[in-house]
Design a protein around this ligand. Structure first.
Ligand code: SAM
Length: 218
């Protein structure tokens, strides 16, 4: 059984105050999720003491857990409500999925690296995230059987917006994805309504590559 401790509860409180609230995030659902999800369990034991710092960390397999601020900003941009069903591409450590799962009804998350998929699925079980469903697959193809989704989040950088994912977004749905070259990207928000699909630019970002049929080549 994993047990949260006073030390990490304190570090988490400081993270929310100094890195999230201080940078203008006021969404109460996002602040509450960031205050409760034990980020230190989503990194290796050797990195636990750095888990609440203001930067991304390695999670093995040349992948990363994103900086707390970018997780908060992407979650806020999804405009989540409690009955939402959300698709995440790029499970990684599982931290972003856990933050979303704290707010919504159900999260579907896809990972393409088998070792990460297995490790993170076990962690979700241990931490009792019963509303997260995992899949080992190429996420650029989406999850058609479970679509449409109220929100979709891609946590790896894509060369373009995969149209298959836009097809799997519900009317009224929000979709956040980093798009650009292999080194740096722009965070794009896609909004879909009865009249069409609209894009907004949310600023620069830097993610590992989205690899797959509708992403970069391996
Ligand atoms: N959301 C993660 C977290 O909270 O730790 C971020 C992980 S990392 C920035 C991006 C992840 O996307 C990596 O684990 C990588 O293997 C995964 N990924 C890349 N291309 C993918 C694809 N086509 N389908 C599923 N996962 C993919």
């Amino acid at each position: 059984m994993k047990k949260d401790t006073r030390k990490y509860i304190h570090l988490r409180k400081e993270m929310v105050k100094n890195q999230i609230k201080a940078r203008g995030i006021t969404d109460t659902d996002v602040l509450s999720a960031m205050s409760s999800v034990p980020r230190h369990f989503f990194v290796s034991e050797a990195l636990m003491d750095q888990a609440y710092k203001d930067f991304p960390l390695p999670i093995g397999y040349q992948q990363t857990i994103s900086q707390p601020l970018i997780v908060a900003e992407m979650t806020r941009a999804l405009e989540l409500t409690k009955n939402d069903r959300v698709l995440e591409i790029g499970t990684g450590s599982g931290y972003q999925a856990a933050i979303i799962a704290d707010i919504v009804f159900k999260v579907y998350t896809i990972e393409r690296i088998h070792g990460l998929f297995i490790r993170t699925r076990q962690l979700f079980d241990e931490l009792k995230y019963h509303n997260i469903v995992t899949k080992y697959s190429d996420g650029t193809l989406g999850w058609k059987e479970q679509s449409p989704f109220d929100a979709i989040i891609v946590t790896a950088g894509a060369p373009k917006i995969p149209s298959l994912l836009v097809d799997q977004l519900a009317i009224g749905g929000r979709f956040i994805i980093p798009v650009g070259d292999k080194v740096s990207q722009t965070l794009i928000k896609v909004y879909k309504d009865e009249t069409g699909v609209y894009e907004t630019d949310l600023g620069d970002c830097r993610f590992v590559n989205l690899i797959g049929d509708h992403g970069w080549d391996d």
